[in-house]
Design a protein around this ligand. Structure first.
Ligand SMILES: NC(=O)c1ccc[n+]([C@@H]2O[C@H](COP(=O)([O-])OP(=O)(O)OC[C@H]3O[C@@H](n4cnc5c(N)ncnc54)[C@H](O)[C@@H]3O)[C@@H](O)[C@H]2O)c1
Length: 389
């Protein structure tokens, strides 16, 4: 029987899921069971039943698969309800915002026997697979470290787009709508995927903001892995010229660079990037998994290291404010853009040297918040307050 798919959170990024469901419905792969949103759905649905309450939808339509595209602080309770109602889940990223939530949801998967795929769509890319294959074949020699650098811009309107925009918490629950946890999360999830199996043991985190927000719009973070190798993350939403998002793998035999948003790859010896288009769609992969057990691309368990780092964001001090002569403004509100002067060069240098901004001659950099991560077979990863040395 054709799997029946419901979508909870049908506005915002949910519109992208609606288009994808429509394409798969056209191909006969899925059937749209229902749309849910607490706000009026725009554009309105043609024929599918729509609800404002997901409990009612689950009771009345009993979908096989539920896509959850609501704000991150609502993910765990809604996913729990969907799994307990007997559905498999495609849960948008960031899946949950703490290790406690991660473990609670893993328990529900065990209890229900259902599965949860997480919306890290770049994990399904041909370019990432080719990068991993090339590393395994030794094209960069022995990998010594990984960095990611991205420089984007967001205007004032971006921070007014939703009630959780730019917030550290909503209704007493973490929301973490910063550059690291939300728009640039794919960048360092790609790095964690490349270093799969080498678990994080420490995080050093520097966060900055140029606006009246509670989270980071600029960050530099070094994740130290059990092997001692670093993942250096240098990202901003207050950038100068755009850096799409590069993942740079350093090795004894050269470096390989993946531009993950555009699926382009440059291996040692290549003159330029080459396009490697194609991504396995996460919903299709989930449907395939249900049919014949095909491995999920982004099962919830795979995101534990990602969520461990989010837990570090929960306990981190407020981002340092950068203003005055350090920044430049262009345009008028709500289209105003703020850029940090010289930020692109600073981020590039951090990625090049696998160094924190505070370890470079960057005058506005502040010392890092340092946290150690430990792991036990019983309880998985956890944060200990003992600082990394
Ligand atoms: N994978 C990606 O590249 C990508 C891109 C953008 C957003 N996202 C993720 O998608 C999710 C949604 O982001 P967004 O930007 O669309 O947010 P949004 O706030 O713009 O939209 C969320 C929608 O969910 C609805 N909603 C909120 N609570 C609800 C509830 N309890 N029941 C039903 N509907 C509810 C809201 O009314 C809203 O229409 C987030 O987790 C975000 O991080 C992922």
């Amino acid at each position: 029987m054709t799997p029946r798919v419901a979508l909870i959170g049908a506005n915002g990024h949910g519109r992208w899921h609606r288009r994808r469901i429509a394409e798969l419905q056209e191909a006969g792969t899925v059937e749209l069971a229902a749309l849910v949103d607490v706000r009026p759905i725009e554009p309105g649905p043609d024929t599918a039943p729509h609800f404002t309450d997901h409990h009612e939808m689950l009771r009345e339509t009993a979908p096989d698969v539920v896509i959850i595209c609501t704000p991150p602080h609502t993910h765990r309770p809604i996913a729990t309800d969907a799994l307990r109602a007997g559905a498999d889940v495609l849960l948008e990223k960031p899946p949950v915002l703490s290790l406690a939530e991660h473990r609670a949801l893993i328990e529900v998967l065990g209890e229900t026997g259902r599965v949860c795929q997480v919306g890290f769509q770049a994990l399904g890319s041909t370019a990432l697979n080719e990068m991993r294959r090339s590393i395994a074949y030794g094209v960069v020699g022995t990998v010594t470290g990984v960095a990611t650098v991205a420089s984007w811009q967001r205007d004032d309107a971006y921070y007014k787009r939703s009630p959780w925009a730019g917030k550290r918490s909503v209704d007493g629950r973490p929301a973490l709508d910063g550059a690291l946890a939300n728009p640039l999360a794919h960048a360092w999830m790609q790095c964690l995927a490349i270093m799969d199996g080498d678990r994080p043991v420490g995080v050093e985190l520097e966060r900055y903001r140029c606006r009246d927000i509670e989270v980071d719009d600029t960050a530099c973070m070094r994740i130290t892995l059990a092997s001692g190798r670093p993942i250096l993350v240098a990202v901003t939403l207050c950038g100068e010229e755009k850096i799409e998002g590069e993942v740079i793998v350093y090795g004894t035999g050269g470096r390989a660079v993946l531009e993950y948003p555009t699926d382009r790859l440059r291996l040692p010896g290549d003159d330029d990037f080459r396009a490697l288009p194609g991504r396995v769609d996460l919903l299709e992969n989930l449907i395939q998994h249900r049919a014949d057990g095909t491995a999920l691309i982004a099962p919830l368990a795979r995101t534990e290291p990602f969520t461990a780092v989010l837990d570090v964001l929960n306990s981190a001090p407020e981002p340092a404010f950068l203003g005055g002569d350090l920044v430049a403004e262009q345009g008028e509100k709500p289209a105003r853009i703020v850029t940090i002067k010289g930020v692109n060069a600073a981020l590039r240098q951090a990625a090049e040297r696998l160094a924190l901004l505070s370890e470079l001659p960057v005058p506005w950099a502040v010392g890092p918040h340092r946290v150690r991560l430990t792991a036990t077979p019983e309880s998985g990863l956890q944060i200990t307050e003992e600082p990394v040395r």
